[in-house]
Design a protein around this ligand. Structure first.
Ligand code: ADP
Ligand code: MG
Length: 261
């Protein structure tokens, strides 16, 4: 479903140049959930932004649903691929009701039966009709993220790119939203890329994962191997120690294993 070869993203020029993504390659079969993990700043969001069409400044090959992608995408692309961001407060317009937030993609893409689609998608994400005319500030964090998921699904895409979708939520609410995403994936036959800095989230959700450090993929492995504590790369093992033990001191001792320069 997704085939990425030699993806590079560079920000800035000269002394300010940041090679945020370096020669990243991976494939995601249809119906799979692929994890992208690494500490903050390792380039995970930049990969997703390139795939989703938000960043136009990349080089490499990106094939999605059999079609080679150019940096600029047409409207039809967004019926295939949608993104969900970490902070639903930032990504939902504060002065628009849930109804208007969900209506917007439908009008842009000229969908007719808006009424039915809005009610249906709200039900699917576990929000009743009473939520339809509320504003984001009248919702809890978990409810806001459900609205963000509803907005991503309303055009019936086949792929969701999930950028730390539960990192801003309380732990108890995180599990609810992750379970919702699992259920929606099964019901709709979706393909996911899930970005997280938390290996326990990835172990719960994914089949296969790539570990990023300093812009590069240092290791790709199955969740089985992760769970049997068999990652080979020292960076992955560092990440595991930090994730399992919630050990801030371990993260502070992290070494970089990415390419220099
Ligand atoms: P992650 O999502 O893994 O935390 P990001 O993809 O956000 O990492 O960032 C990777 C690197 O690219 C970081 O060094 C970040 O500062 C840099 N970066 C990201 N976006 C921009 C931008 N728009 N301009 C300049 N540098 C950026
Ligand atoms: Mg990020």
């Amino acid at each position: 479903m997704i085939d990425v070869r030699g993806l590079d993203v560079v920000f800035g020029k000269g002394a300010d140049e940041v090679r945020a993504v370096r020669d990243v390659s991976f494939r995601v079969p249809e119906g799979a959930t692929f994890g992208l993990v690494g500490e903050s700043g390792s380039g995970k969001s930049t990969v997703l932004r390139a795939l989703s069409g938000l960043n136009h400044d990349w080089t490499g090959q990106v094939v999605i649903a059999g079609q080679a992608q150019t940096p600029k995408r047409d409207k039809a692309f967004y019926k295939l691929v949608q993104m969900v961001f970490q902070d639903p407060y930032g990504s939902l317009h504060p002065r628009h009701t849930v109804d208007r937030i969900l209506m917007e993609p439908l009008s842009i893409h000229g969908f007719g039966d808006a009424e039915r689609r809005i009610e249906q998608v709200l039900g699917e994400v576990g929000l009743g009709p009473s939520f339809r005319f509320r504003y984001p500030h009248q919702l809890s964090g978990g409810q806001r993220q459900r609205v963000a998921v509803a907005r991503a699904l309303i055009l019936e895409p086949r792929i969701l790119l999930l950028d730390e979708p539960t990192s801003a939520l309380d732990v108890s609410v995180q599990a609810e939203v992750l379970n919702l995403l699992q259920r929606l994936k099964q019901e709709r036959g979706l393909t996911y890329i899930l970005v997280s800095h938390d290996l326990s989230v990835v172990a719960h959700m994914c089949d296969e994962l790539a570990v990023m450090n300093n812009g590069a993929v240092v290791e790709e492995l199955s969740v089985e191997r992760l769970k049997s504590h068999a990652p080979e790369h020292p960076y992955t093992r560092q990440l595991m120690v930090a994730s399992l033990g919630y050990d801030r001191a371990a993260i502070d001792r992290f070494e970089d294993f990415g390419v220099e320069g």
